[in-house]
Design a protein around this ligand. Structure first.
Ligand code: NAD
Length: 248
């Protein structure tokens, strides 16, 4: 449940906004009063999601492509006037044992799941610093902390997201920009559809809820981190819905 009005007057760019966690966060932001632009590489899905949510715009870009990110951020700024909140939720997940993984598979995951977060921050955060205000919410993963079988590339990329989050939080907190990460446990979205049934069952047995989480269960944490005064409590923290961890 999201507090109505918690994001009144705020503007947000949500990557990966066409599906799963990004889409649920965008929906919760709109319900909380924010104006939202969705960014995704899936043209049809981002157009449908933007229309469905009443978003200000749906922008098509690959987060790992610097030129595409630069022009997508400019497009989002034109649609919104400015970007108060950046949510980095675009991501991919493939499974392969390290001993069989190609460099291309490793590189693609690092490019999308880690470099994509860098690129969005690189082009959005300067505007926040100039205005003395902003919020960045990066979607990491519990696999960054615990590791995951046949997921060395993904676990490493997400650990990188947590490191980036903490370091950037230190750099820009004095400029009024708060940077945080959410590290969800397994959440039922298209991302996990390709994962083996055995892995899913084994994971499910470990979870405190006894089931995978739902995207809408992650969204309220993003609203909290994007809003004031709640969001002011956290700087460079990693929160973990459905992880079994106690939130700090
Ligand atoms: P999802 O597949 O439902 O959504 C991911 C979205 O990102 C899709 O719309 C996809 O088109 C988009 N995307 C992928 N690559 C992109 C690129 N290069 N450029 C632009 N857009 C791109 O997955 P989800 O589960 O909602 O994942 C959202 C985030 O949450 C990801 O970063 C994922 O790693 C993370 N996460 C997911 C889980 C989970 O169990 N589902 C757990 C922890 C963290």
């Amino acid at each position: 449940m999201t507090t109505p009005g918690a994001l009144d007057g705020r503007t947000a760019l949500v990557t990966g906004g066409a599906s799963g966690i990004g889409r649920a966060i965008a929906e919760a932001f709109v319900a909380a009063g924010a104006q939202v632009v969705l960014l995704d590489r899936d043209r049809t899905a981002v157009q449908q999601a933007s229309a469905g949510l009443g978003a200000a715009a749906g922008v098509v870009a690959d987060v790992s492509d610097e030129a595409a990110v630069r022009s997508a951020v400019a497009e989002a700024e034109r649609a919104l006037g400015r970007i108060d909140v950046l949510v980095n939720a675009a991501g991919i997940l493939t499974q392969s044992p390290l001993v069989e993984m190609s460099l291309a598979q490793w590189q693609e995951t690092i490019d999308v799941d880690l470099t994509g977060v860098f690129l969005l921050c690189r082009y959005v955060v300067p505007g926040m610093v100039a205005r003395g205000s902003g919020r960045v919410v990066n979607i990491a993963s519990q696999l960054a902390i615990k590791g995951g079988t046949s997921l060395t590339h993904y676990s490493a990329a997400k650990a990188g997201v947590i490191g980036l989050t903490k370091a950037l939080a230190l750099e820009v907190a004095g400029d009024g920009v708060l940077v945080n990460a959410i590290a969800p446990g397994p959440i039922e979205t298209p991302l996990v559809e390709g994962i083996s049934a055995e892995w899913k069952l084994a994971k499910q047995a470990e979870l405190p809820l006894g089931r995978f989480g739902r995207p809408e269960e992650v969204a309220p944490t993003a609203v909290l981190l994007a809003s004031s005064p709640g969001g002011d409590l956290y700087v460079g923290q990693t929160l973990g819905p459905n992880s079994g961890d106690v939130m700090p």
